[in-house]
Every structure is written in structure tokens, then in C-alpha cells.
Design a protein around this ligand. Sequence first.
Ligand SMILES: NC(=O)c1ccc[n+]([C@@H]2O[C@H](COP(=O)([O-])OP(=O)(O)OC[C@H]3O[C@@H](n4cnc5c(N)ncnc54)[C@H](O)[C@@H]3O)[C@@H](O)[C@H]2O)c1
Length: 316
Amino acid sequence: MPKTILVTGCAGFIGSNFVKQFKKEFPKIRIVGIDDFSTGRRKALDKTVTFYKGSILDEKLLEKIFKKHKPEYVFHFAALPRVSYSLEQPYQTTLVNIGGVVALLEKSNKHGIKRFIYSASSAAYGGARILPTKESENLPNPKSPYALQKYVGESFCEIFSGLYGLDTVCLRYFNVFGPGQYGDSPYSTVISAWLEVLYFPKKKPAFLEGDGKQSRDFCYVDNVVQANILAMKCKNKFNGEVFNIAHGERTAVAEVKRLIEKYTGKNLFLEKRPARLGDVRHTHADISKARKWFGYNPKIKFKEGLRRTIQWFQAR
Ligand SMILES: NC(=O)c1ccc[n+]([C@@H]2O[C@H](COP(=O)([O-])OP(=O)(O)OC[C@H]3O[C@@H](n4cnc5c(N)ncnc54)[C@H](O)[C@@H]3O)[C@@H](O)[C@H]2O)c1
């Protein structure tokens, strides 16, 4: 077991959930974190984290952190996520989503860390040809700056493993949801966007794009956290290997509405809008590779995850 790990993006949705669960499982391991609060929130920060406010693009700060704390594993969550934001800000998002990975890989290599665990995205598939999507059968076909940036990050991981023997692993997440995901940004999943409107009604209506038959492989955040922990514990080297991290089942968006109404006892009024241009009809991952390599098994099923997410909105 390591003495210290570094968590980038520790104030974000997945990063903060990771910290919470990791410290429960490994109370003796020190967690060092970095975040610049560009999308993360101060109140999501865990007080036990040795925290640095700053950017992953700040090489001097990274050097200081690696030198001082000597992390053995790096969990890289920090990014400017979401497809639509990358369309508005292709340059800024490229700097952070590609430059940030390279800066961290460089420091990780220089300081001899044991493994770099990279948060990749299913966006890289750009709409898979074969469902459920297997890593080997569906070559990446990025269709937005964000998708390309996350995919280039994977390639850099592989290159650093090939060139320098730095062990890296890329976890491609599918549609993550759960507590800590706020629904008031244009980049939220339908689950958090609809719950936000139900529990914190503002002037903006909730809406449904298309016929509701489109489906997503919604993955509860604790499963993503478990995948990261299992990837750390795995004895074999990964050398840049890529894995789907999802629930492994898909749920139609109309079914999400039905379940939300059932569990909350509230009526969810949705404004009908045309289908989003270029939107992927279905996402559905084959997760057998992650299961085989490091025993990934999504313990929290969709309905249970939805219930827990609703509880978090109710308690907010
Ligand atoms: N949420 C999903 O469905 C999903 C799906 C696939 C992949 N991912 C990936 O998972 C990771 C975490 O996503 P999330 O949903 O938690 O997003 P998030 O926006 O909640 O978290 C990202 C965190 O990174 C921080 N950050 C951004 N730029 C930074 C910089 N330059 N320096 C330091 N910190 C910076 C933000 O402040 C934020 O706290 C991202 O890499 C994302 O691409 C997420």
C-alpha cells in the first residue's frame, strides 16, 4: 500500500466522491489534492486532504507537490469537462485537458511514481458501431474537441508507458451520476438536471430532447471510484491499457423520468425539444475487460444509485 497519493480535481464531482470513499477504505494513506475551482466547489473539499489551490498547468507548483509529498499513485480527475463547453472554448479546454495530462505525466515520470490512473471518457467512441461497446471492436472516433482531448490524453499515457516504462491506465467512464453532481449547469446529466428542477425550481424549465427512447449506460459514481481503487491495487502492469467503466446496462431517458417520479412522488413536467444535433442514440458498454483484468464489478445498480442521488438532493 502506498503512503501518499495525489488526487487532481479533488473538489470536483468524481474527485470529491473518490476522496470520501478512499479515506474510508485507507484511513492511513495521506491524500494530497490539487484543484483550481474552475468547476469544483470549495465545500466539496475534504478537510483531511493536504490541499493545494492551483492549476495543473502550473509546473512549479506541480514540482513542489511531487518533491515534497512523493506521491506513489496519481489519480487524474482534473479537467474542463463536457462536450458543449469544449465547443465554446476549444483552446482553453485543449490547454487543460491535454496540456494538464502531459504536465502530470512528465512529473510522474521524473519522480518515479508507481502508476498514473487517468480519467478517460466514452466520448472518445463518438457513437459506437457495435453495442454493447467493446474497447477492441470500436475504434475511437472523436466528434468534439472534448472527445479528442480526452482521447489524446489516453495516447499520451500509452506513449509515456512505451517510452519510459511509467505505468499508466486509462479508465473510460460512461455517463457518471450521483451525489455531488449539481444540475444547474448546462453540462449536467439528465438525472441531476431534472432533480435540480424538481427540488430547486427556478425559472428555467426541465426539458426532454427527442423522443425519450434514447438510452444511456448510466454509471453510479461509487462504481467509478471502486474502479480507480481496483486499478491502484492491481498487481500487473497496465502500460497504457484502456478500459470501459460503466454499469454495463442501459436505461432509456423516458424510463429515468418514470423512476424519478416514482421515487420522489413528484410530477416532472418536461418541455419537449427537438433531438440534439449529432446526439448519440444509445450508449452501452461491455465491461468484461475491466472485470477480467482487475475484478471490476459495479456493485451499485442503476435504481439504487438513483435513490441515493435523490436522497442527496433532498438533503441539500
Ligand atoms: N462526469 C462524467 O460523466 C464523466 C464521464 C467521462 C469522463 N469524465 C472525466 O472524469 C473527470 C472528472 O469529471 P467530473 O464529472 O468530476 O468533473 P468536474 O468538473 O466536477 O471536476 C473536475 C475538477 O477539475 C478541476 N479543474 C479543472 N481545471 C483544472 C486545472 N487547470 N487545475 C486544477 N484543477 C482543475 C475543477 O475545478 C473540478 O474540481 C474528468 O477528467 C472528466 O473528463 C467524467
